[in-house]
Design a protein around this ligand. Structure first.
Ligand SMILES: Cc1ncc(COP(=O)(O)O)c(C=O)c1O
Length: 419
């Protein structure tokens, strides 16, 4: 769903109004918004200050909404013993396929497995070249190498930090697969990339691990690719309470093959058609995901509203670069990454005001020791490297309150004024 359909919860005039009223907004550890009065005793103030920390991510508001129902269903599962490939797995797969508009969903144990098994099941052969973006989480590279492919790294564009289409065109000629990553919840230009893939007879597998519910040109993950891989790591837009993942596809034979690969390569009980893995979606995690899925749209809306707040309150500040959004793109704001020239100083400045931030990701995979053998060095992918050097993620999660957003913005404004 599009960001355009959300309204920012707060206007600048309300920010001014809180200042005029002369009291400071506070946030309790549980995320509830309260206010304190300057006449309070200092020891009370100190206690409030320690509660006043704004976490980078707080899963408690979202989890609280589903906790009771999850506990009930887990209790039932303990009674029935339906632990592996239990009914909830299939139910979640059907619900998630429906949510993404794809014919099939196969639940697996992580986003990494969704990517790796998709690569294997779509015929990747040893040494085949797979185009991946330089700005991503390491798992995109891991999946390719674990499937015996060779990552062909392409820089990202300087707007939404997804695969640069022109450079992808050059790299695709020698590749068997393209793996666009929808970084921070914004989709890559899938229409253009699908054209590149068609022209070069290359298979596209989307890394949608940060993009549950995102779309571009009205099309979501899985719409223009052979499959899309999702992670349900707890802090994702749709998060389990442990590790979990899934892929969606319209290709029934690909779904069947991944279904076999996730469970020892079995196509029938004790008939091992492939060398497989133990990579199933855990039943207890499927229960969590089933309960959370109906709330995804609402939570994405809250993320969108928080992002809109930041965009409005932080617009036009010198020394701070805000995220950019491509035309037709409806991001789901998994992360809200701003850029500053001295990210450590910026993070310390906010930390001094009780505000936690994140770095996603300070070391791009091509400069990480694990991928040294690929032979890349500093300067090879300048856009991704600049993002890694300068990017800082601001607090953003469903349930983040107006007072918290206001405090983050006030701190950011104070930082840039000091520059
Ligand atoms: C872009 C991207 N790809 C892949 C993954 C891997 O997912 P998982 O941690 O579930 O294996 C992640 C998870 O953080 C991710 O952000």
């Amino acid at each position: 769903m599009g960001l355009g359909s959300y309204r920012s919860p707060v206007t600048t005039s309300r920010r001014d109004a809180s200042a005029r009223r002369g009291f400071l907004p506070t946030v309790s550890a549980s995320g509830a918004i309260g206010r304190y009065n300057p006449s309070m005793r200092p020891n009370v103030l100190r206690a409030l200050e320690s509660e006043d920390r704004i976490p980078f991510v707080d899963l408690t508001p979202a989890n609280a909404a589903v906790k009771a129902r999850i506990l009930d269903r887990i209790a039932q599962t303990i009674d029935t013993g339906d632990f592996v490939n239990g009914a909830a797995v299939r139910q979640f797969e059907l619900a998630f396929a429906d949510r993404t508009g794809c014919h099939h969903c196969v639940g697996v144990s992580s986003g990494l497995d969704a990517l790796r098994l998709s690569l294997e099941a779509t015929g990747l052969e040893r040494g085949d070249c797979v185009v991946v973006p330089a700005a991503t989480f390491a798992a995109t590279f891991e999946a390719v190498l674990q499937a015996d492919g060779l990552p062909v790294v392409v820089d990202v564009n300087d707007d939404d930090y997804t695969l640069d289409v022109r450079q992808t065109q050059d790299a695709a000629a020698s590749a068997s697969h393209l793996v666009p990553v929808h970084l921070y919840g914004q989709m890559a230009d899938m229409r253009a990339l699908a054209g590149v893939a068609r022209a070069n007879e290359v298979t596209i597998l989307e890394d949608a691990c940060q993009a549950h519910g995102a779309s571009r040109d009205g099309i979501g993950p899985g719409g223009l690719a052979r499959s899309a891989a999702f992670s349900f790591y707890p802090s994702k837009n749709l998060g389990a309470m442990g590790d979990a993942g899934a892929l969606v596809t319209d290709d029934g034979s690909l779904a069947d093959r991944v279904r076999a690969l996730r469970s020892h390569g079995e196509t029938d009980k004790y008939h091992h058609e492939y060398v497989g893995y133990t990579a199933r979606l855990d039943t207890l995690q499927a229960i969590v995901l089933l309960e959370k899925l109906p709330l995804l749209e609402k939570w994405n809306g809250q993320r969108g509203a928080a992002a809109a707040y930041y965009m409005e309150a932080l617009a036009g500040l010198d020394g701070l670069r805000l995220p950019r959004q491509a035309e037709g793109s409806a991001p789901v704001w998994h992360l809200f990454v701003v850029r500053v020239s001295e990210p450590k100083r910026f993070a310390a400045f906010l930390a001094n005001r009780g505000i936690e931030t994140g770095r996603h990701y300070p070391q791009p995979p091509h400069l990480s020791p694990a991928y040294r053998d690929l032979g890349f060095g500093p300067g090879d992918f300048p856009v991704a490297e600049a993002l890694a050097r300068e990017g800082v993620s601001l607090p953003l999660y469903p349930g983040i309150g107006e007072a918290q957003l206001e405090r983050v913005c006030d701190a950011v404004v104070a930082y840039v004024r000091e520059l």
